[in-house]
Design a protein around this ligand. Structure first.
Ligand SMILES: *Cc1c(COP(=O)(O)O)cnc(C)c1O
Length: 359
């Protein structure tokens, strides 16, 4: 058994802390996956997700990590023409790997890490070729950059492409209006801004994306949007889903939509981000991300003058799990997650602990 002392306060950009009341939802008895109770649960979750995401699109629930639904998006929505992957960080690169692994033609629009693509850059690239889809990472967790979907979607649509969005560390934390912004596939897991256990992934899928799936061969079996839709129309899954996380998700969605309010949740993430960015600057540190596109769910800070490995070890002794930079940035920067159910008081305590340790 895992020791109690190993449970740290997670200031990493996912998985994040799950509140005790949310955790307790997973201890309810099991129900049959083809029962009326399960159908009602499924239907309520879909209904609340549509409210949270401002969409009337098809919602797909998948018992997989978010990466599974990235693969689904590629397999269902990229047909004869290439997919354009906008790459401004390590997670955005995952889109390429998936496209290549599935034998899809794949082109890359490389953007400086720490920046977001602009509508002009996107337009220039889309003019050069015919693409089936454009993949964008809403919130690049490795660099702390949020791409402004609101300013980008028109360019994608004007060029007759599907817009596929990895929203894993954005959904529930960043302003998102799927129908207004005409997003075809918007996918995420629950272990980041939703502050739940990993294991269930969600996607909103437009009618245009479903039409594309109809024309696209080799969609596979487990992640076939059309098969999933067929079952979802009856409030069911083709295979046995991760039922305890459904309990959790229903509970959390009611909290987010009916109690906190999704717009207030976005605003809280903004306040935590502002506080964190100001804290970094007041210490004489600089942000890795271009500030005009800095993320509201995770801040990436250049670590000049700070021994990141030592800070991580010292924070662990105080009960915190600290996030270093991602991959190649392991030493040159560090990340402060401010997502999920984080409060301002928790944020202040954590940052002042870092102050004490780096004096
Ligand atoms: C965490 C993360 C992923 C990976 O999600 P999994 O649920 O582990 O598959 C993908 N993209 C982004 C932007 C992430 O932050």
């Amino acid at each position: 058994m895992i020791e109690e002392t190993e449970f740290l306060d997670l200031f990493i950009p996912g998985p994040v802390n799950v509140s005790k009341d949310s955790r307790e939802m997973m201890t309810y008895p099991m129900i049959a996956h083809r029962s009326k109770a399960m159908g009602d649960l499924h239907k309520d979750i879909v209904n609340y997700l549509q409210k949270m995401l401002f969409t009337s699109n098809q919602i797909i629930l998948s018992t997989s990590s978010s990466t599974g639904l990235m693969e689904a998006a590629i397999r269902n929505c990229v047909n004869k023409n290439p997919v354009l992957n906008v790459v401004n960080g390590a997670f955005a690169e995952r889109w390429n790997k998936i496209a290549a692994a599935n034998g899809k033609q794949n082109e890359i629009l490389q953007i400086d890490w720490g920046k977001a693509v602009t509508p002009n850059q996107l337009q220039e690239t889309l003019e050069k070729n015919t693409y089936d889809a454009v993949c964008i990472t809403q919130n690049e967790t490795s660099t702390g950059v949020a791409s402004p979907l609101k300013d980008l979607y028109k360019t994608v649509k004007d060029n007759n492409c599907l817009l596929l969005v990895d929203a894993v560390s954005g959904a529930g934390g960043l302003e998102t209006r799927i129908d207004d912004w005409d997003i075809d596939v918007y996918l995420f897991g629950l272990q980041k801004c939703m502050a739940l256990s990993p294991g269930l992934a969600v996607a909103s899928v437009s009618d245009t994306a479903l039409e594309m799936a109809k024309k696209t061969p080799n969609r596979g079996l487990y992640f076939d949007f059309l098969d999933l839709k067929k079952y979802h129309d009856r409030n069911m899954q083709p295979a046995t889903p991760v039922i305890p996380i459904y309990y959790q998700l229903q509970y959390k969605l009611h909290q987010i939509v009916d109690e906190e309010g999704i717009e207030n949740r976005w605003a809280r993430h903004q306040q935590l981000a502002d506080y964190t960015r100001n804290w970094a600057k007041s210490k004489g540190l600089s942000l890795f991300a271009d500030e005009t596109v800095a993320s509201n769910t995770v801040t990436c800070i250049n670590s000049i003058g700070i021994n990141v490995a030592k800070l991580k070890a010292d924070l662990m002794k105080k009960g915190y799990f600290f996030a270093t930079g991602y991959g190649k940035f392991k030493e040159s920067n560090f990340r402060i997650a401010h997502m999920g159910d984080r409060t301002m008081d928790e944020m202040k305590t954590y940052l002042s602990t870092i102050d004490e340790l780096t004096e």
